[in-house]
Design a protein around this ligand. Structure first.
Ligand SMILES: CC(C)(COP(=O)(O)OP(=O)(O)OC[C@H]1O[C@@H](n2cnc3c(N)ncnc32)[C@H](O)[C@@H]1OP(=O)(O)O)[C@@H](O)C(=O)NCCC(=O)NCCS
Length: 143
């Protein structure tokens, strides 16, 4: 059965492995540990029989929420886990008082952009060369 819960320290090894597999610029162990350390983060982990399927985290500062990270392990993609993680993050952010949620995504990441558009995000800008030589698309959604 799939469940969703906050990260624990003992999840960080699995998250670090998936992170390295998913991203050209993965979060470091210290970046991941900060999520457990700082109170403006909220973390989410989807697991199935003890296996980590996906994870994400948000920051919430008053009316402003941000998707800081989201990833689904390759074998579990295409089953709605990304959509479920996002939905849970939005519900949590809204309950904490956020009114809008923001994110940045690489121009080439068509799967993630499709997920975000399907989840109600709209593009509002571009940050040139945000990822080395690649632009970031800036997206936001009303909660
Ligand atoms: C982006 C990511 C989180 C999507 O996770 P997922 O669990 O596979 O996504 P879902 O199954 O919930 O898909 C939701 C929607 O996203 C879109 N989508 C996701 N993967 C897609 C793909 N491979 N091709 C086309 N559309 C895709 C579709 O619109 C899909 O809706 P549909 O199934 O009703 O058509 C996953 O591919 C991933 O972890 N990628 C690597 C990490 C990453 O890029 N994170 C985002 C950084 S900004």
């Amino acid at each position: 059965m799939m469940t969703i819960r906050p990260w624990k320290k003992s999840d960080l090894d699995a998250i670090e492995r998936i992170e390295a597999f998913c991203f050209a610029d993965p979060w470091t162990r210290d970046n991941l540990a900060d999520v457990l350390k700082y109170p403006h983060y909220r973390s989410f982990l989807v697991e199935d029989g003890g296996q980590v399927c996906g994870y994400g985290c948000i920051t919430v500062m008053f009316e402003h929420a941000e998707i800081a990270n989201i990833a689904v392990a390759a074998p579990y993609r295409g089953r709605g886990i990304g959509k479920f993680l996002l939905h849970t993050m939005h519900t949590t952010a809204k309950a904490l008082g956020a009114e809008e949620c923001f994110l940045e995504v690489r121009t080439s990441n068509v799967n993630a952009i499709a997920l975000y558009e399907k989840s109600g995000y709209e593009r509002y800008g571009v940050r040139a060369r945000y990822y080395g030589n690649e632009d970031a698309i800036l997206m936001k959604k009303k909660l």
